[in-house]
Design a protein around this ligand. Structure first.
Ligand code: NAG
Ligand code: NAG
Length: 299
């Protein structure tokens, strides 16, 4: 019982967190209530996550398309993805053809805009096939050095846990030919993007699209570490040095061992030889005595 209450509470909390509506299919709704969350800029309507508010008859209807491979809040019966040349709008009300230059698009949905003819020249990580959606209008990211440009600042706020720290991210986007150029906010013309280590105020100004918090352009955090040739050289020589030191130690130990063994054997031989000498001397003395006694006897 307690567990059920807990789970219900958790579910309610989650729905509040994502800010989605709760109305099921068939419930009356108003498309006037469709809006973006002011903090997270997530699309919201009065209908639950799996539905959208139909403009035809003002009721919640199951979504007709999805944008993500694995969308939030769905079970096994996922609506289809849209085919190339079409897109699924934020509310999931069905696939629509790409939007032409100057027409309306949704926030952070560059892929809703039709690509320019020279898209392969303009395409970069800062646009989608050379198109950008700035101030809800499709544009081409084709403005060249020194010409007037358009910027769009969007601030995302993450409230964090209750009483916790609030995070703010501001994303600046523009229609300059990227990644070589960015829109300079003072002159509002396209300027050359800043190289690694240059002073910056926003990610947008850097060639690498990453402005570290002290204010200079750095590599993005996911960049693999680059190992310099001198670091390779030091590592290899350390390994070789350690291997050689180990070999030398083993050789020295072996030599010592052999020397002490050699000493033992030498001592043993000396002992044997001196023993042999003593026996021979003993023999000789005995033989001499025998001869002397024999001579005495014969006399
Ligand atoms: C509203 O329209 C949808 C299709 O657009 C239909 O499936 C649904 O039954 C309609 N609802 C009402 C109450 O007419
Ligand atoms: C960018 O593309 C648009 C549409 O094709 C064109 O009108 C405009 O002159 C282009 N701008 C530049 C700087 O090439």
């Amino acid at each position: 019982m307690l567990a059920t209450f807990f789970l219900l509470g958790l579910a309610t909390f989650c729905f509040e967190l994502i800010g989605a509506g709760i109305l099921g299919p068939g419930s009356p709704c108003s498309t006037a209530d469709n809006h973006l969350d002011p903090l997270s800029h997530k699309f919201m309507s009065e209908c639950a996550e799996q539905n959208f508010c139909s403009a035809l008859n003002g009721t919640c209807v199951p979504r007709l398309c999805r944008r993500d491979e694995f969308p939030f809040g769905f079970g096994d019966d996922l609506p289809p993805l849209c085919s190339p040349g079409t897109f699924c709008p934020d509310d999931g009300s069905g696939c629509k053809p790409l939007v032409l230059l100057g027409e309306g698009c949704e926030l952070n949905r560059d892929e809703q805009c039709a690509p320019p003819l020279d898209w392969d020249d303009l395409a970069s990580a800062k646009n989608f096939n050379g198109s950008v959606c700035l101030h809800s209008t499709c544009m081409y990211a084709n403005v060249t050095l020194g010409l007037p440009c358009v910027t769009d600042n969007t601030t995302y706020i993450d409230l964090g846990p209750a009483g916790g720290q609030q995070y703010t991210y501001t994303i600046t986007r523009d229609n300059c030919h990227s990644p070589q150029l960015y829109c300079d906010p003072t002159s509002m013309t396209c300027a050359r993007a800043k190289p690694l280590g240059a002073i910056c105020a926003s990610d947008n100004e850097c060639e690498t699209s990453t402005c570290a918090s002290p204010g200079y352009c750095t590599d993005p955090p996911e960049t693999p570490t680059r190992v310099a040739p001198w670091q390779y050289a030091i590592t290899v020589s350390c390994i070789l040095g350690a291997m050689m030191a180990t070999c030398m130690m083993l050789i020295l130990l072996h030599k010592r061992h052999r020397y002490s063994h050699y000493k033992d054997i030498q001592e043993y031989y000396y002992e044997q030889i001196s023993l042999r000498r003593s026996i021979i001397a003993l023999h000789a003395a005995a033989a001499d005595r025998h001869l002397v006694e024999k001579a005495d006897h014969n006399m």
